[in-house]
Design a protein around this ligand. Structure first.
Ligand SMILES: NC(=O)c1ccc[n+]([C@@H]2O[C@H](COP(=O)([O-])OP(=O)(O)OC[C@H]3O[C@@H](n4cnc5c(N)ncnc54)[C@H](O)[C@@H]3O)[C@@H](O)[C@H]2O)c1
Length: 353
């Protein structure tokens, strides 16, 4: 398949600001159709893409256009329902995160895609961001050693209310924000989640969560996240059994710490560090991962392979989300202190991938 015929679904902010500009840079991918429930929004696509057909109903678009793939940026219930519809017709699907609300829904989508042999993808651009790609390359090297622990601070100040018509602010927050950090803890091995321990504190409409995950290899991860912070901030540490450590600040500055680093100029010294930053000339879409994730998805379609961020790859992430949400029922609900622990639970997973 040389030219891939793509239909876009959901012509909102994410499509216009990130997905569409990235798609327009990828060779041999043609956007032939677009669809939004709000037909005026669908029509705006004509300003960016020549000869595009626009629709307000996905079923009609799928019937009329002979599409190879759909790229969706809608609410999760639309990702779930439209994916199932497209998969039944043998159309490959890439959905923005989150692909759905629950682990059960994800498994239904995986079963359908496996049966129809279509390629699936989830928009997890942090995974494909240039600095994270560099970090993953170093972490995979023999010299760095086996990853022992991943620590992520993922601070945010929203959402502080349920999203997409769901009743739970906690699940909405995890699906909107923390899904990226949980996913990043899973990319350092093909092992399964064996243990999740989480604590969620709530004050007014904001929340703070600590999540500790153990994988079957013995590798561990800890995430501090929540909407209680004054602004968005993201940093990450990866520690190896050989006492090497990579730090990544705000998805930008990466530093490799080793017990001793030799440089050409100063030779060996304990206090030196190797650091790396993206080039200021990198396109924003390559740096933020949008270009890489979409290119990877289309390459998988061309080569008949699976895409690394496919629906299956999300199973450990949804297992963690289910475990954190399992304790959402408020415990010891006597009086209403300003700050209270709404969940503290240690659960051994019985549903490994
Ligand atoms: N990767 C990231 O970091 C990132 C960043 C921002 C948003 N997102 C995700 O992108 C998705 C969209 O976010 P947004 O900010 O663009 O929202 P938005 O509300 O601006 O756009 C969503 C669009 O989908 C349309 N839509 C809803 N249901 C539909 C259906 N059944 N058929 C056709 N169109 C439908 C809506 O009319 C709307 O125009 C969300 O899932 C969000 O989590 C991801």
């Amino acid at each position: 398949m040389s030219l891939i015929r793509v239909g876009l679904v959901g012509i909102g902010a994410q499509t216009k600001e990130n997905l569409l500009p990235s798609l327009l840079q990828i060779p041999d991918v043609q956007i032939v159709a677009g669809c939004d429930l709000d037909f005026e929004r669908a029509q705006t696509l004509r300003s960016y893409v020549r000869d595009v057909q626009v629709f307000k109903d996905v079923a009609t678009m799928l019937s009329c256009m002979g599409l190879d793939a759909l790229v969706l940026a809608c609410p999760p219930q639309a990702h779930r329902d439209i994916s199932l519809m497209a998969i039944e017709r043998g159309v490959h699907v890439f959905v923005e995160k989150p692909p759905c609300f629950t682990l059960g829904e994800l498994k239904e989508m995986i079963d359908a895609a496996t049966r129809k042999k279509v390629v699936t993808g989830v928009g997890l651009n942090f995974r494909f961001a240039r600095p994270v790609q560099q970090l993953r390359k170093i972490a995979a090297s023999e010299k760095f050693g086996q990853v022992a622990h991943v620590q992520i601070n993922h601070y945010a100040n929203k959402p502080r209310a349920p999203l997409w018509g769901h009743s739970s602010t906690l699940r909405s927050f995890l699906l909107a924000q923390t899904i990226h950090s949980i996913d990043l803890t899973t990319v350092f091995g093909k092992d399964s989640v064996t243990d999740v321990h989480s604590t969620v504190q709530q004050a007014a409409d904001a929340m703070l969560a600590r999540i500790d995950v153990t994988f079957s290899s013995g590798r561990t991860a800890s995430i501090l996240t929540g909407s209680m912070f004054p602004y968005f901030e993201f940093d990450m540490k990866v520690i190896s059994e050989k006492s090497s450590m990579i730090t990544l600040d705000n998805l930008w500055n990466m530093t490799l710490h080793e017990s001793e680093i030799a440089t050409r100029v100063v030779g060996g010294d304990k206090r030196w560090r190797n650091s790396w930053q993206p080039s200021p000339l990198d396109s924003g879409y390559a740096r933020s991962g949008y270009n890489g994730e979409l290119t990877g998805f289309f390459n998988a379609i061309r080569t008949g392979t699976s895409f690394e961020a496919d629906f299956v790859s999300m199973i450990p992430t949804y297992q963690v989300i289910e475990q954190v949400c399992a304790g959402e029922v408020q415990v010891g609900d006597t009086g209403l202190p300003a700050l209270r622990v709404i969940e503290e639970k240690k659960i051994r997973s019985t549903t490994n991938a």
